[in-house]
Design a protein around this ligand. Sequence first.
Ligand SMILES: [Zn+2]
Length: 160
Amino acid sequence: MEDTTKVFSEITAIENKYGLIMFRMGLTHLVDVGFRNLTDEDVEAAIKKIIADAETDKANGVIQVMTPEFQCDLVRCAAELAKFSVWDIFAYIQENVVIGTAKQGAGTCPECGHDDLEYGSGSVEDNSYIYKWACEECGTFGRECYDLVFSEQIVDGDKN
Ligand SMILES: [Zn+2]
């Protein structure tokens, strides 16, 4: 992961170079370009492409990290957000979206840092043991994953 301090100082340099007004308009423009590419037709086209690509990947035996359903929901979610003004979105982020401050660790909510998660059932999936959890503090829910690694062979007998 890139050093946040370095990234922030690079962004500050851009702000200083262009001045506050141009910088804020630049931020808006950056997001606005994305907004304009999220019209209803574009969303339908993007979803058709995701599904077509998934068919091709499946035929070629390629496994995507994000499922096609996940990617389609992502596009739909972004398209719904695009109906707001860019500044409303920025204001919302400033008020409500925790960015990179909560610590990651077992038993801790990655969104708010609350360290008394409610655990549900556990199960084995894809070489991981996974517990479902919910955070009573902020309402986030998710899964805590533990790698399953080989430890030893135990012989319990033979056919004779
Ligand atoms: Zn939480």
